[in-house]
Design a protein around this ligand. Structure first.
Ligand SMILES: NC(=O)c1ccc[n+]([C@@H]2O[C@H](COP(=O)([O-])OP(=O)(O)OC[C@H]3O[C@@H](n4cnc5c(N)ncnc54)[C@H](O)[C@@H]3O)[C@@H](O)[C@H]2O)c1
Length: 354
């Protein structure tokens, strides 16, 4: 285990999943995006499941082309029954052995990076998803596609919190379209394979996951704030600061994702996140001040060129479907999650990021 993830969090995930993970004994999982924020957790969690729970281990094969994996993603751990293959998922991937699950988590997830790599963002969610569906179909494996809460776009207030049935309000043009629209097409591909070939597909729509392991160069809001606090710089709140999000601590998120892998009803999409609190960016700054007991300076500024404007004003999940069908119950409050994240980032981040 690298100090870049917290062993206590991995232990919490394995313990809360309990005996359910016996279903993975002897199975083979292909994971894409294995060196990203979520992918690194999957690798460590499945390693812990092998070490602590299973008599017959699960085999995990992780793919990544390293486009945004960063310096910590590039440190490939040497774990028994967990293999890493450097591979771009828009290219076909040959796999001759048996395969039980395909978890397609490769993507360009940070707004900073999808602004910089719009075509690669489209390709990984469209061509990459098709390649993984073809592979899952050929091996009769379950396919789990990481979509995004961004597919709902800027929701009509009467649809907040958003249920899976909400169709969204998304622009096909503009700085965010490469991400939102390609995730929507990825979902359509899952629908086509499920309807046409009977492929067992599930779609996960994560809502703002955070936690230790987010790289300082990730530029999503919490690593950005943490880096600036470490560097003694004022926080920069983009736009008006009234835009809202809900934040889901990594342990709750990974448990939700694994419950989808194990219990997801074929063809279904699931919101995975923590529905409360829906918090504005200005209130988030206040919450961070309380957690860190520091008087943090901040400025409300225009969107910088490096960050795609046109962001959703509100985002909050309705997770009733995941509660009912998966028995998914997030447990970590925002306050507790922020405490864990900021005490970790304080020891890791350099504060050099702008
Ligand atoms: N973390 C969140 O809160 C969140 C929210 C919504 C959706 N998601 C989705 O979940 C998935 C994982 O998110 P994350 O936070 O770990 O993102 P991340 O950016 O940290 O990791 C994604 C990984 O995918 C790899 N990748 C990108 N293109 C690839 C390609 N063509 N071939 C192989 N590998 C490629 C990158 O190098 C990176 O290591 C993504 O698809 C993302 O869009 C995440």
């Amino acid at each position: 285990m690298t100090e870049f993830l917290l062993k206590a969090d991995i232990d919490e995930i394995v313990s809360r999943l309990g005996h359910e993970v016996q279903a993975f004994a002897g199975k083979t999982i292909l994971l894409t995006g294995g060196r990203g924020f979520l992918g690194r957790y999957f690798m460590e969690v499945f390693n812990a499941i092998n070490q602590e729970v299973l008599e017959t281990p699960v085999t995990l094969v992780a793919l990544d082309n390293m486009v945004t994996a960063g310096e910590h993603g590039a440190e490939i751990p040497n774990l028994k029954n967990i293999e890493f293959v450097r591979h771009d998922v828009i290219e076909p991937f040959k796999w001759e052995r048996s395969l039980d699950y395909v978890i397609h988590a490769a993507g360009i997830a940070s707004p900073f990076y999808y602004r910089a790599y719009p075509l690669e963002t489209l390709d990984v969610a469209i061509t990459g998803t098709r390649r993984m569906l073809e592979l899952a179909d050929a091996h009769n494996a379950r396919m789990i596609f990481f979509s995004s809460s961004e597919i709902y776009g800027d929701p009509d207030h009467k649809h907040v919190p958003m249920a899976e049935s909400y169709r969204g309000n998304v622009s096909c043009q503009g700085p965010r379209a490469c991400y939102d629209e390609s995730k929507r097409v990825g979902e359509t591909l899952c629908y086509i394979f499920h309807q046409g070939n009977g492929t067992h597909t599930n779609i996960i729509r994560p809502f703002n996951v955070f936690g230790p392991g987010m790289q300082e160069t990730d530029y999503r809001v919490l690593p950005n704030f943490a880096s600036r606090i470490k560097g003694g710089k004022p926080l920069q709140v983009y736009g008006s600061g009234s835009q809202t999000r809900t934040f889901c601590y990594i342990t709750d998120a990974i448990i939700g994702f694994i419950l989808v892998v194990l219990r997801g009803v074929s063809g279904e999409a699931y919101n995975i996140g923590n529905p409360e609190p829906e918090i504005s960016m200005l209130d988030l700054v206040r919450e961070i001040m309380e957690v860190s007991s520091k008087d943090i300076k901040f400025n409300v500024i225009e969107y910088p060129d490096s960050y795609p404007a046109d962001e959703p004003n509100r985002r909050a999940p309705d997770i009733r479907k995941a509660r009912l069908q998966l028995d998914y119950h997030p447990q970590i409050s925002l306050n507790e999650g922020l405490k864990r994240f900021f005490s970790w980032s304080d020891g890791i981040y350099t504060g050099n990021q702008s």
